[in-house]
Design a protein around this ligand. Sequence first.
Ligand SMILES: [Zn+2]
Ligand SMILES: [Zn+2]
Length: 275
Amino acid sequence: MSSKAFSKLQHPKPPLLLFSDYHTHPQGHRVQRFTQALLQPWADSARRMGLTDIAFTDHDRYHAGIDFDEIERLRQKNPDLRIRAGIELDNDPIHSAAGRNWIEKHWDKLDFVLGSIHFLDRADQMFDSVPDGGAQFEGKNVDAVYADYFRRVREIAATGLVDCLAHLDLIKIHGHRPSADIGGLVNDTLDFIRDRNVAIELSTAGWRKPVNEPYPSDRIVELAMEKGIPFTTASDAHSHAQLGDSFPRLAQRMASFGIPQVCTFEKHKRSQLRL
Ligand SMILES: [Zn+2]
Ligand SMILES: [Zn+2]
């Protein structure tokens, strides 16, 4: 064993322990009215995974299922957990206008709003549906698709209704890569995000997708760090069994970047906490 390897054994870097998951879908992909039967398994799963702070962020098209009284009941039953009332605001051309209205109406009851781009030119299909959404890239100039996507990201950040942007480079989901440098493509958008005081998430969901890498990519994380943009940690779980998915791997990634803190939200007020 080399002396270097030996000293590593003597002084192992303590692993970061992630405690918060700010992207979860208790309703999955349909309206399911919040009940204790629906929500308690998420609290149980959080405890099992060592998480103490979770946000429910169902898609805005399912806002009819969200029940703040049920969230409050869940909090009372699980006082060891912080449970945030949230929502994922999409750019769904059919449903998100109603979603925005709902968010404005319930702003004071919500802790956290995610902003997401899932739609490009087609109103009837999320480009990130796997595998069908990949067809939306056929015959297109990938650089132009990326530019259009980041324009839409700026648009949703500009609504003033989002605390954090989800899966910032979701556009790579099917593996399409721009020929231009991603840093150059995204730099203005990151400045825009910083100026709006919006956070971005470090998401493990991309590890479960064809692209097989987390959101956002290394270069974007580096740029965001330089600009002082804060991060949440997120799994985008669509089942309680996915809560905190691949968090040990994400913790390693954050340690390698030297990201020592994570942010949380209560009634849209952001706190930075050291890991
Ligand atoms: Zn999403
Ligand atoms: Zn989501």
